[in-house]
Design a binder for this molecule. Structure first.
Ligand SMILES: *Cc1c(COP(=O)(O)O)cnc(C)c1O
Length: 481
């Protein structure tokens, strides 16, 4: 919730109290250097004991509520017909309005099943933007992802409130060019994760659905961050100011044929599901569920997580829950901007994104500026961020050429309800120091490069040994920690 202080300043105030805590560690800069070097300058290889604030991702790292934890205690572990599943199905019906539910172990498993059932080799799948796992599964099924965002989406210094919108003219052009039969479906991602958690508007979804329906194309909605997208519609779209998050979600869902999500984000658990009101689609996917995930009433999820998800889905419609991360991201981004640090604007839903092209303009894309920035942030602060740039884009499967990423971002995720304002202030301070010393940061080079989703396990090295030089400067100016 935003509270106005008596001096006129507005701050996000936590509408919860912290009653379970987890210890965290701030190791000296010399040890941080050692940890990142051993980890191949890849923040995915760091261990929790070496991390002060883990802002790698908001995936599965959110604080659960007391009611979610309590629900986990009463889960039913029956292999078939488990009662926990029926509680989840009832939440999905109430919150999203769908009758048919297929639980899966996490979001990418939903993408795998959708790809298996609906994508034929040679198909194209238009979407507002891709997510890493989405593209991997759709391409493995022989499909090609077509990103038809509006040009504004890639402008990192923008005031456009809906950079996640699909370009309607490009959608019509795709239909004309490829024809209905080559298009598996249209996919809309609620807050485009890789664009910085940027939402689409209700109006855009309505128009997309209209075009899709006219052409007999069904609409798949990736709702992993649905509560944040709904929150932005409430905050930014005319006519929705006085609607509740639930009312907005209900309207969003009225345009959807197949819904899926990763429960690791908005609903603060670990799991996922596909849901629809279309019995035919449901029956097509259902036989594959026990093959890849598990029986229909658990789908590879722990029944404890199913219980917690049933609660989390209802809780995410609370405006203070839906807006908790978004308002912290906004505060964080505004503080960074005050300190002249280039961040993606407008602030998005899940993270504060540093624009590495602007932060480190001296590093060419082929030397991975976003990867270098993520590693440098760790050395300078003990904070773990994630590279979202060229390292996160795999090589062209045919030519093996590098594909430059549209954006070079270092993502500082804000797990929901996990960090406090003084921790945010610490990060702002260390990033300000790093920005002043940015010339010390140089590029990276692969030493081990996996063939698919290389950002997870890839190992790199620092050109000119810049990591050591940065750590040295830090020690001299700031001290050992
Ligand atoms: C996280 C995410 C996924 C993948 O979900 P996992 O649970 O990590 O497998 C897919 N789409 C979006 C938009 C996501 O944020």
């Amino acid at each position: 919730m935003i509270v106005r202080l008596s001096n006129g300043k507005e701050i996000p105030v936590e509408m919860h109290k912290v009653r379970i805590v987890q210890k965290t560690f701030l190791i000296p800069v010399e040890q941080r250097l050692k940890a990142i070097e051993e980890g191949g300058y890849n923040t995915f290889s760091l261990r929790t004991r070496d991390i002060f604030l883990d802002m790698l991702t908001d995936s599965g790292t959110n604080a659960m509520s007391d009611n979610q934890l309590a629900a986990m205690m009463v889960s039913d572990d029956a292999y078939a017909g488990c009662e926990s599943f029926y509680k989840l199905a009832s939440s999905i019906k109430d919150v999203l309005g769908f009758d048919f539910v297929l639980p899966v172990h996490q979001g990418r498993a939903a993408e795998h099943l959708l790809a298996k059932v609906f994508i034929k080799p040679g198909d194209v799948i238009p979407m507002n933007y891709h997510f890493t796992t989405t593209r991997a599964h759709f391409e493995l099924a022989g499909g090609r992802v077509l990103e038809i965002y509006r040009d504004e989406a890639l402008n990192t210094q923008s005031t456009n409130p809906f950079k996640g919108n699909l370009d309607l003219q490009k959608f019509r052009d795709v239909i004309k060019k490829y024809g209905r039969d080559k298009i598996s479906f249209i996919r809309m991602e609620a807050t485009t994760n890789l664009l910085g958690g940027q939402p689409f508007s209700m109006e855009n979804l309505r128009e997309v659905k209209k075009i899709a329906a006219e052409n007999n194309i069904f609409l798949v909605f990736d709702g992993s961050l649905i509560s944040e997208n709904a929150y932005f519609i409430k905050k930014r779209e005319k006519g929705y100011e006085n609607k509740s998050i639930q009312e907005i979600i209900t309207e969003l869902m009225s345009y959807v044929d197949i819904f899926y999500l990763s429960g690791r984000k908005s609903s603060c658990v670990r799991g996922g599901f596909i849901a629809t009101n279309n019995k035919k689609y449901y029956e097509e996917i259902k036989p594959w569920l026990p093959v890849y995930e598990g029986f229909l009433t658990y789908g590879g999820m722990s029944t404890k997580e199913i219980e917690a998800m049933a609660v989390g889905l209802r809780e995410m419609t609370d405006v203070n829950v839906a807006g908790s991360a978004a308002e912290f991201v906004k505060y964080f981004a505004e503080r960074l901007i005050e300190n002249k640090i280039p961040v993606v604007t407008p602030p998005g839903g899940l993270a504060c994104h540093l624009d590495a092209k602007l932060f480190l303009p001296h590093i060419p894309w082929s030397q991975y500026p976003a990867g270098a920035l993520s590693a440098a942030v760790y050395i300078a602060s003990g904070v773990r961020s994630m590279e979202r740039g060229t390292i996160s884009v795999d090589r062209d499967p045919d030519t093996k050429q590098e594909i430059p990423s549209d954006l070079e971002l270092a993502r500082l995720a804000i797990p929901r309800r996990v960090y406090t304002m003084s921790q945010i202030e610490y990060v702002v301070d260390r990033l300000t120091w790093l920005h002043k010393n940015r010339d010390l940061v140089k590029g990276l080079k692969f030493v081990e490069e996996p063939p698919v989703l290389r950002f997870f396990f890839g190992k790199l090295t620092a050109l000119d040994n810049w990591g050591a030089k940065l750590a040295e400067a830090f020690k001299k100016e700031i001290g050992p920690e």
